[in-house]
Design a protein around this ligand. Structure first.
Ligand SMILES: NC(=O)c1ccc[n+]([C@@H]2O[C@H](COP(=O)([O-])OP(=O)(O)OC[C@H]3O[C@@H](n4cnc5c(N)ncnc54)[C@H](O)[C@@H]3O)[C@@H](O)[C@H]2O)c1
Length: 255
């Protein structure tokens, strides 16, 4: 029996087959889960094409996490494909170019607000939109980039990730009584569309393979995705409000 046999999962964030979410969807299906994807706007068509590269093509429902209409309609849209959800993957991040790349001292609030809304507040928005389908409890998993540190060029996205990590803890507090676990995976750098949109991403990535005791391959999301799959399973039943590093051990090493 697969790790996720019988689980019905909502997976956001599949944009390309390099997306972390693509690999989570792939492993989830291989381990027995039924998967529904989300995408939005012009990316819908791309996600539909990429979905065909999964072991089993998954339906795609529309969700822009900044749209109140999409959030309100999410449960109904998902119910067209599965009657309930056992897990949700939040794999969404966005910051305007002006909020990253070394312009920290001059970034305007409007750009910061967008980064925080799409990359941090959206964890709460998505959780509440999916909650009506999670009557029997379940698991919500998100992806962070260790927000304890000031990284080169990450700037206001790093601030948004700090808010995201705090949001996860408060969600865990308030959704625990409903049997819903909330956890994050703190991933090392992976070459995805979101990563490539960070001006100077190589400065964040540099030295990672050498410093991580297990080494690190930024060309694959598979190790990160496998850990997400475990968190979505029944095998971490008493873990919530947690952040698990999947970074080759980089976070624990002194310089
Ligand atoms: N790639 C890395 O190095 C890395 C490291 C740590 C954490 N992460 C996090 O992993 C998550 C997934 O990113 P990725 O690296 O797979 O990149 P990606 O570009 O493949 O995925 C980002 C996704 O965010 C979605 N998105 C953006 N704005 C949205 C909106 N308004 N509504 C709904 N969806 C929206 C995009 O459609 C896209 O699918 C992000 O939270 C990112 O911060 C990435």
């Amino acid at each position: 029996m697969g790790l996720l046999e019988g689980k019905r999962l909502l997976i956001t964030g599949v944009l390309t087959d390099a997306s972390i979410a693509f690999h989570v969807a792939k492993f989830a299906q291989l381990e027995g889960a039924e998967v529904v994807l989300t995408s939005f706007g012009r990316q819908m068509k791309i996600t539909q094409v990429i979905s065909k590269r999964l072991p089993k093509e998954a339906p795609v429902v529309e969700l822009d996490v900044s749209s109140d209409d999409d959030l309100a309609a999410l449960a109904e849209r998902v119910k067209e494909h599965v009657p309930a959800l056992d897990g949700v993957l939040h794999s969404i991040g966005f910051a305007p170019q002006a909020a990253m790349g070394g312009n920290f001292l001059n970034t305007e609030w409007a750009d910061v607000a967008t980064a925080v809304q799409i990359s941090a507040f959206s964890l709460k928005s998505l959780a509440m939109a999916a909650k009506p389908l999670m009557g029997e409890g379940g698991s919500i998993v998100g992806l962070t980039f260790d927000a304890q540190y000031a990284w080169p060029v990450y700037d206001w996205m790093g601030v948004a990730k700090a808010a995201f990590e705090a949001t996860n803890r408060y969600l865990a507090r308030d959704l625990g009584p409903f049997g819903i676990r909330c956890n994050l995976v703190s991933a090392g750098p992976v070459k995805t569309t979101a990563a490539k949109s960070i001006p100077g991403f190589e400065k964040m990535e540099g030295g990672w393979p050498e410093r991580a005791p297990l080494g690190w391959d930024a060309t694959t999301a598979e190790p990160v995705a496998k850990t997400c799959a475990v968190l979505l399973s029944d095998w971490m039943p008493a873990t919530t409000a947690e952040i698990i590093h999947v970074d080759g051990g980089y976070h624990a090493m002194g310089v």
